[in-house]
Design a protein around this ligand. Structure first.
Ligand SMILES: [Zn+2]
Ligand SMILES: [Zn+2]
Length: 431
């Protein structure tokens, strides 16, 4: 057994050289994706584009389609070792881009029956361009790889339309982490609140659980001038929206972690002088603790049903899409963190604190040890205070972030394979 497999500085120099050669092509890839954004489960053009790039790489085996428009690509290194996966998300958002960039998206599409603009307002174009760059670089240095790298291009991270299956959950169901069996998985995501060069990384919870819940309230219709003849679902719905907030303020143990209930919509009625016979509330519910999550699911239903009854109405509670809490694996973090510090500089690391946003990467990290990491992508020519957050119409990725994260991903994968290989030889398992 070699004591220190691979020559680290020689490999770093080679990665730097290859990423320099790739720079223009990678920016072209990023801009093409940026100008051709597609919503969840509509990523057909993006998928064909990614496929074409992967097919140009001689050593890569491709599995396609997986999870509708997704792709899995396998690169087997020349040395024996474990399997590490890199996941990139490929879908865009129904957001009208207002960045003023020369390559801004002008794309429009149909979203649930309404015509809408589409853009990569979450930076999945950069995440994907980086992962394609990593595939191209590692393809050139496969002789140095201890084991196998699986690239996962995942559709529908931003959620699927009601009633549809997709995203990470479906990829797991379709066996994306099997054959070869993945030992660890990583995902890197753009964050416009930090400049390129910053790495946001942690060893615990990164994201809350998410549940979409729909409450349908049935009442009795009547003339608006004679409310005593109605069972008013708008009054019942208003009471429900207020009452369910007390689940957060009075039922949930907030010491265990933050929790949120937000009513994102409340629809009912068509005309000022008609009390309608039904109304609908759409909720998103978030929790950073599993017990609180269970309590929230039960109490939202109880409170909605009872509050509707108080007003003579009936509430039907429908549970929709669910993302689990994402937990970064502490053992995997310990294994790679020194390498990340050496690459980025300790001063450029920011601790990833638990957030009430959600990520379906949790479906992968529930199956195998995983780390969800963010990289700074704020435009370097502006003050940070002017950089707009992800999902904003003026959200932007500085192209300098792409080369940085491509190098970081290459280094981290090589490092993780080597370290996992060594610990497996020693009989240490990360779980
Ligand atoms: Zn997003
Ligand atoms: Zn995103």
């Amino acid at each position: 057994m070699e004591k220190n497999p691979g020559n680290t500085s020689k490999i770093s120099a080679r990665i730097n050289e290859l990423t320099n050669d790739l720079k223009n092509q990678q920016i072209e890839t990023f801009r093409w994706l940026h100008q051709n954004p597609e919503l969840a489960l509509q990523e057909f053009k993006s998928s064909r584009f990614i496929l074409k790039h992967l097919q140009d790489l001689s050593n890569i085996e491709i599995v396609h389609p997986i999870s509708k428009t997704g792709i899995k690509a396998i690169l087997r290194g020349n040395k024996p070792g474990p399997t590490v996966a890199l996941r990139a998300d490929i879908d865009a958002l129904p957001v009208r881009e207002e960045t003023g960039l020369s390559y801004a998206s002008k794309v429009k599409t149909n979203y649930q029956g309404t015509e809408t603009y589409v853009s990569h307002a979450c930076g999945h174009d950069a995440n994907t361009a980086a992962a394609l760059g990593v595939a191209a670089v590692l393809n050139q240095i496969k002789d140095e790889l201890y084991g196998t790298v699986v690239f996962i291009f995942q559709p529908a991270e931003e959620g699927v339309p009601p009633g549809e299956d997709g995203g990470a959950a479906l990829m797991v169901k379709e066996g994306v982490l099997k054959n070869p069996d993945v030992d660890a998985i990583f995902s890197f995501h753009a964050n416009s609140m930090y400049y390129p060069g910053t790495v946001i990384i942690g060893d615990g919870i990164t994201h809350a659980s998410m549940d979409n819940i729909i409450i349908k309230i049935k009442g009795v219709q009547a003339h608006g001038s004679q409310p005593w003849k109605a069972k008013d679902p708008i009054i019942a719905g208003s009471a429900i929206i207020n009452a369910i907030q007390t689940i957060i303020s009075r039922d949930v143990d907030l010491q265990k972690g933050a929790a949120v209930i937000t009513a994102g919509y409340f629809h009912g009625g068509v005309k000022v002088n008609i009390i309608p016979d039904e109304a609908e509330i759409g909720l998103t519910v978030r929790s950073l603790d599993d017990d609180n999550h269970e309590l929230l699911m039960r109490r939202v239903k109880e409170v909605a049903e009872l509050e509707a009854q108080v007003h003579g109405c009936y509430a039907e509670v429908i549970y929709g899409q669910h993302y689990p809490i994402n937990r970064n694996n502490p053992d995997l973090y310990q294994l790679i963190i020194q390498g990340v510090k050496e690459f980025a500089g300790t001063g450029n690391l920011v601790k990833y604190l638990p957030k009430t946003t959600s990520e379906d990467f949790s479906y992968f990290s529930q199956q195998v040890p995983g780390l969800y990491i963010q990289y700074g992508s704020a435009p370097i020519d502006k003050p940070l205070s002017e950089s707009k957050p992800n999902h904003h119409p003026e959200f932007m990725v500085d192209e300098a972030a792409i080369k940085f994260v491509t190098r970081l991903e290459c280094q981290l994968i090589i490092n993780a394979l080597k370290k996992l290989h060594m610990s497996l030889i020693k009989g240490e398992n990360i779980t």
